[in-house]
Design a protein around this ligand. Structure first.
Ligand code: SAM
Length: 195
């Protein structure tokens, strides 16, 4: 499967306008903030335009690096969220020299084919410092779908069954701190890398 970030180049302006404020995320960002040292470093995986997630963390004093596959969304981020360090790349293969106190992924994993979700959990672990915190989102059941509902661009969506995330988190040495449904068919996970 291609890097779906590139599809966001085709809808970047519309997407950035649509996604400029919180839906239900703020509560979960606040939970993350309580678990990491102040002014520490956060990696935002699939950061989009930097809104609403990276911008909020930066406002709270964190250093944020965002990876995204859409150059156009990163260009918008450069304007709207200039303190975020943007990295263009496919989240499945990009290499980063730095390790982070926290990794946040919000609505990017669902664009990655499900056979690669275990690899992504492994990558999240590799990007974290010892005892670092991971926050990510998934479906509440396994699914695989294509939809053009968002701005008429066909996108693919995937989730594993939650029991598989539990298995892979354990396997990659994470302790689950929170697994909660914030909206229908959607889960938010927070886990700590044990070392
Ligand atoms: C639904 S948006 C979510 C953006 C942001 N996290 C938010 O909460 O608004 C999905 C983002 O993931 C990026 N993306 C999807 N697949 C990707 C991949 N394989 N590598 C890098 N970025 C990817 C897209 O470019 C897009 O910015």
């Amino acid at each position: 499967m291609d890097n779906q970030g590139k599809k966001y180049d085709l809808i970047a302006e519309g997407f950035a306008k649509m996604r400029d404020s919180f839906y239900k995320e703020q509560k979960y960002l606040d939970k993350l903030i309580k678990l990491i040292p102040s002014q520490s470093s956060v990696l935002d995986v699939g950061c989009g335009s930097g809104y609403p997630i990276a911008s909020y963390l930066i406002e709270k004093g964190f250093e944020v690096t965002g990876i995204d596959g859409s150059q156009k969304l990163l260009d918008i981020a450069k304007e709207k969220c200039p303190k975020m360090k943007g990295v263009l790349g496919d989240v499945r293969s990009v290499t980063l020299a730095e390790k982070f106190d926290a990794v946040i992924e919000w609505w990017c994993l669902f664009h990655i084919p499900k056979q690669e979700h275990e690899m992504m959990i492994h990558r999240f672990s590799e990007w974290l410092k010892p005892n670092g915190i991971l926050e990510f989102t998934s479906g509440d059941a396994a699914y695989e779908a294509a939809s053009s509902e968002m701005l008429d661009q066909e996108l693919h969506f995937y989730s594993l069954d939650p029991s598989e995330y539990e298995k892979y988190l354990k396997h990659h040495n994470f302790k689950i701190i929170l697994k909660e449904s914030d909206q229908p068919e959607h889960l938010v996970w927070i886990a700590q890398k044990l070392n």
